[in-house]
Design a protein around this ligand. Structure first.
Ligand code: SF4
Ligand code: SF4
Length: 433
């Protein structure tokens, strides 16, 4: 396609991807949304075609167009499957940004992205209040009542089980520097909202494991939300401000690298700040925690007797966890980190590891996708559940607090007695810390 003068300047940077699409449909077979809907316009090929037509000025950026683009998990399965290298994920985000540039953003999104998420201290009390009110409404209100007209995400509201917001956040628990004697390294810890408010146990485990390995942990308290949900919804301008703030906060630290225990947070800091948002790159490398531990720290010295990397090697006799691992989309396809969490888990004496079928298929969480499109999210999760039920495990492990919340909610709804853990928690237990 020749570069056309388009009224969609953000798409301009990826316009070549539009002409690269062969319309072959390979992406359809992997799209979890298409699998549930069988609807071409809800499939990657259909979305790329819609964006192409809008880019050429043949269709308007209408409400229908907005809805089609909003109905995507950003799971990146279509990108992996595409023989032409079409970045359908980026095209969709850029098209969402075009919509927000035209003022197509809801009041609730404006409030959350442009006010709440910027103010880290306000977020936990607001989240506590919102989850308390949601839980109370669930209990006392009948399913059909006029108040649902005012709910921002009305679908499935009666079924929802909200995550428990921790009594004390990570930022309120730890000092800015967790010191060790004779540190061999200093790392900056980007905590992320999910860990800070819902899973401080992930941070506890990460800090214990790193300090046990003589690594000093720096936790700047002025770090803010990474901005994933913000730019994913198309509000690039607010997303860039989050990127600039976090770059400023971490770049002034005397650290060797930054570690993250959140798949989406890691993807955003590593790739989307410099590439999609063009806000800049951190001075030091950014690592997911499993990548950091497996590729840069010699853990085998601590667990060499129980080391059993080969698939057919016997399981440890006295394992605490019979577990399986779910690949978060933003860790596996987003950052190419698939082996490291498995290597880490298979190294530990407290683990019997069972691989599930389609471990890398999206769980249907997709950040705010599961709030907006709960019935579809649930169907995608049902597919995942079927695969989990085929194996004899008592723990689901994942490197993404977002996926963990979605699994915990589902297991509670279905009365499935499964624990949900982050790999770093299993490692911390193996150390006996
Ligand atoms: S990112 Fe995932 S949900 Fe979105 S179009 Fe691609 S495969 Fe489908
Ligand atoms: S797999 Fe790639 S080339 Fe084929 S239809 Fe999908 S986006 Fe187009």
């Amino acid at each position: 396609m020749n570069k056309v003068t388009s009224k969609m300047p953000r798409i301009q940077q990826k316009y070549e991807d539009l002409s690269k699409c062969l319309k072959c449909g390979k992406c359809l077979s992997v799209c979890p949304i298409y699998a549930e809907t069988k609807y071409e316009q809800a499939a990657p090929r259909g979305r790329v075609a819609l964006i192409e037509q809008a880019y050429k000025g043949n269709i308007d950026l209408s409400e229908v167009f907005r809805k089609r683009l909003s109905f995507c998990l950003n799971c990146k399965a279509c990108v992996d499957a595409c023989p032409s290298g079409v970045r359908g994920d980026d095209l969709i985000l850029l098209a969402r940004a075009e919509l927000v540039d035209r003022g197509k953003i809801t009041y609730i999104e404006r409030f959350i992205f442009r006010f709440l998420l910027k103010r880290g201290r306000l977020l936990p009390p607001v989240a506590k209040w919102a989850t308390f009110m949601g839980t109370l409404a669930n209990k006392i209100l009948p399913e059909k009542n006029p108040l649902t007209l005012f709910l921002p995400f009305p679908d499935g509201w009666k079924e929802r089980i909200y995550p428990k917001i921790a009594k004390k956040t990570v930022m309120d628990t730890y000092p800015e520097v967790v010191k060790v004697k004779n540190p061999k390294m200093r790392v900056g810890y980007f905590v992320g909202c999910g860990t800070n408010m819902v899973y401080p146990n992930i941070a506890d485990a990460l800090i214990k494991v790193l300090t046990h390995n003589d690594i000093e942990v720096v936790i700047p308290h002025d770090q803010i939300c990474c901005g994933t949900s913000i730019y994913n919804s198309g509000d690039f301008e607010s997303g860039i401000k989050h990127a600039q703030k976090n770059l400023e906060v971490f770049d002034k630290l005397d650290i060797d690298c930054i570690v993250v225990a959140c798949a989406s947070g890691g993807l955003t800091l590593k790739k989307e700040y410099p590439e999609l948002l063009k806000a800049g790159k951190f001075k030091v490398p950014v690592y997911d925690i499993s990548e950091f531990l497996v590729d840069h720290i010699d853990l085998k010295k601590d667990f060499k007797d129980s080391h059993y990397y080969p698939q057919d090697a016997p399981h440890p006799q006295d394992a605490t966890y019979k577990l399986t691992y779910h690949d978060p989309c933003h860790l596996n396809r987003g950052q190419g980190i698939k082996d490291q969490p498995r290597k880490l888990l298979k190294l530990l004496p407290n683990v019997k590891f069972f691989e599930m079928e389609e471990a890398d298929r999206c769980c249907g969480g997709g950040g705010s996708f599961n709030l907006k499109y709960y019935p579809t999210s649930k169907k995608i999760m049902e597919h995942k559940l079927k695969n989990i039920k085929k194996i004899d495990v008592d723990t689901l492990v994942s490197g993404c607090p977002g996926c963990m919340m979605r699994f915990e909610e589902t297991f509670l709804q279905e009365n499935i007695p499964m624990k949900v853990k982050h790999p770093i928690e299993i490692l911390c237990d193996a150390y006996g810390l």
